[in-house]
Write a protein that binds this ligand. Structure first.
Ligand code: 7RM
Length: 635
């Protein structure tokens, strides 16, 4: 039995038991067998969740890029590392081999050095999904610079906030980007942001759209001429296990974005291990994660996890709807994708388009399907399973967070029997617990509570950049001695976990705890409802009452709104109970969403509470324009 790959359910239980009983031994074996270390560790783990302080593989020396690149040159030099599929289906795909990627990363690393970037410096990367994005991430890691990737859909204000929070010395961007039928002037966004930033000395500009862009003398430099002159050998900086690898910002439910800090060795070991197991990657597989590298999913499961395994990772520049809604399936057919990993929000959007877009393509290469980012509803799960997986591809519903660095709860495909809407069982090394509101652990099966993790795992974030106290307060104060996820979950009779959603979305109505998710699920059962979101607002008698925002399908728009409201409430009463009926139902054309598809209930809550003067920064939303409409038509 290999320590690295779990092959059946019995092995999973054995390995899991070992990882809990002797965690240090378990992780030492994983780390020993599968990675390239410049120096072995002195101590596998030291931790104290009260400070909180966590160290993995202390004393070890390594460079993550030697693990992602150098060590594959011998046996996989000609294998495709990154398969780049451009936005425009008529532009040829690029197959970047491990050798070519190695050379490009080294050249880029030498450019960074020549521009005065060194170990520990922060570099902001604001690029579209083009190969330079992955290359620049790895180039930073090569020389020990800390990358801070900002999703290239964020506004100049959001970008400036993130650059300033970590005092970035450099920004890497492009002359523009393609997204579906749109062309976006990224350089202008960077220029606007930098009006507010004083620490940035250099801006490197990659060419993507061949646009004429203003270049600020002394600050802005075209990337390509610098790369042309650079050597393709750059000695890897030898890093300590706990040296920061990157910062990635995550927007909390309140306040400024939090710069989650991930460190080197633990992150590498955990993302590589979980990639191998959750996607059961085999040598000739073509793995595709549709996320953007601007999110943690892209960091861990487009770049580091796959490359540390010598995998072929597909990087897609486009969007699911361009040139039409068949694009994902066309790419699956074209490149014979074997593992496909996407978000429930994308699945729901795709499912709404009709099956002709799916049926045109040959999806028989697919072996495993994955989801991440939010709870997947039953309907979406079955559509994915039936129409994409044709009932023969296990679905891995992977639960994790920016803060956790890697997947914590997920089936192991072909080992763990899946169950719709359940993330199922914890991966080796992960010790989840459910907590009640009094801070006591909820024992046993068929129970629910707040999801916490009671033991450290290698890829957990170590701090919030510049604000360790906020890190402690946010994650370690609700349940002393445990990491609090902010999510609610239930554990069924078999011990399977289902993540029910953020617990900050719980609303107490007349003394009853109501989760927004089941109510929304009931509303969505109505045949003319497309999507919905529930928030609470103060009520004299009930304490809180419920306000629903509902998007109708085209078929619903001609119907009598009051009759529809009655039907929706009847459905809720039938599925949850009359207590969960909505006091107000507003029909809207869209819901405010984050770029990764999460509904921003905070904004809806404020509107329902007539407190919409100060909504905070809504520029990072996917669709800030719906906010005005919702305010105007509020009930
Ligand atoms: C990877 C990522 C984290 C939050 C998390 C949950 C929700 C993520 C699932 C899920 C139910 C899932 N990082 N979430 N995965 N909920 N089932 N499989 O999404 O930092 O952007 O978000 O996302 O609420 O706390 S994240």
């Amino acid at each position: 039995m290999s320590t690295f790959q779990i092959k059946n359910l019995e092995e999973y239980f054995q390995v899991y038991r070992k990882s809990v009983e002797t965690p240090e031994l378990f992780w030492a074996e994983v780390a020993e067998e599968h990675f390239l270390w410049r120096k072995r560790w002195d101590k596998v783990l030291s931790w104290d969740f009260s400070k909180p302080e966590v160290k993995w593989f202390e004393g070890a020396k390594l460079n993550i890029t030697e693990n992602c690149l150098d060590r594959h040159l011998l046996n996989r030099g000609d294998k495709t590392a990154i398969l780049f599929e451009p936005n425009d289906p008529n532009e040829p795909a690029q197959h970047i081999s491990y050798r070519e990627l190695y050379e490009r990363v080294n050249k880029f690393a030498n450019v960074l050095k020549a521009q005065g970037i060194g170990k520990g410096d922060r570099v902001c990367i604001y690029l579209p999904m083009i190969p330079e994005l992955a290359v620049s991430v790895l180039a930073c890691a090569r020389i020990g610079a800390i990358h801070s990737v900002v999703f290239a859909g964020f506004s100049s204000t959001a970008l400036a906030t993130r650059i300033n929070d970590s005092d970035c010395k450099m920004v890497i961007t492009s002359d523009g980007s393609y997204r579906g039928g749109k062309v976006i002037d990224l350089k202008k966004i960077v220029d606007d942001a930098l009006e507010e930033c004083s620490t940035v000395e250099t801006v490197l500009v990659a060419k993507r759209i061949q646009a004429e862009v203003p270049m600020k003398e002394g600050r802005d430099k075209w990337l390509q001429p610098l790369l042309d002159e650079a050597s393709s050998e750059c000695a890897a900086e030898v890093m300590d296990a706990e040296d920061p690898l990157f910062i990635l910002y995550t927007s909390g439910s309140t306040g400024r974005p939090k710069g989650m800090v991930h460190t080197t060795a633990g992150y590498m070991v955990y993302t590589a291990y979980t990639f191998k197991n959750v996607f059961q990657y085999e040598e000739d597989d073509i793995y595709w994660c549709t996320a953007d590298i601007g999110w943690i999913t892209g960091h861990s499961y487009i770049v580091y996890g796959p490359l540390a395994n010598g995998a072929t990772t597909l990087m897609f520049e486009g969007v699911p709807s361009y040139p039409d809604w068949g694009r994902f399936w066309q790419v699956v057919e074209k490149h014979k994708v074997t593992q496909f990993y996407t978000a429930p929000t994308a699945i729901r959007a795709l499912a709404r388009q009709g099956l002709e877009y799916v049926e045109k393509y040959d999806l028989s290469s697919l072996k495993i399907l994955g989801t991440v980012g939010e709870p997947i509803n039953d309907e979406a799960w079955h559509w994915y399973n039936n129409h994409i997986g044709k009932g023969r591809c296990p679905i891995v519903d992977t639960w994790w967070q920016t803060e956790t660095g890697g997947i914590l709860i997920s089936p192991i495909p072909f080992s763990t029997p899946t169950k719709p809407t359940f993330a199922t069982l914890p991966l080796p090394g992960i010790q989840p617990v459910l907590m009640d509101t009094d801070g006591k652990e909820v024992q046993g099966r068929s129970v629910s509570g707040r999801l916490a993790i009671k033991f450290p795992w290698p890829s957990m974030a170590r701090t919030i950049w510049g604000d360790h106290e906020r890190y402690r307060e946010t994650y370690f104060s609700a349940f002393p001695g445990k990491y609090f996820t902010g999510d609610g979950a239930l554990r069924d009779a078999e011990g399977y976990y289902r993540i029910t959603g953020r617990v900050d979305d719980v609303i107490i109505v007349s003394g009853h705890n109501l989760g927004t998710a089941p109510i929304e699920a009931a509303i969505n059962e109505h045949p003319v409802v497309a999507e919905s979101a529930i928030v609470g607002f103060p009520h004299e008698i009930k304490g809180n009452a419920l306000y629903g925002y509902v998007i109708l399908k085209p078929a619903g728009e001609a119907l009598d709104p009051d009759a529809l409201r009655k039907e929706i409430n009847a459905l809720i009463a039938g599925q949850i109970g009359p207590i969960a009926k909505l006091d107000k139902i507003q029909f809207v054309s869209g819901l405010p969403k984050t770029r990764s598809g999460k509904i921003m209930r905070r904004i809806l809550r404020k509107i329902a509470n007539n407190d919409f003067e100060n909504l905070g920064d809504i520029s990072t939303l996917l669709n800030p324009e719906v906010v005005e409409e919702i305010i105007k038509n509020r009930l």
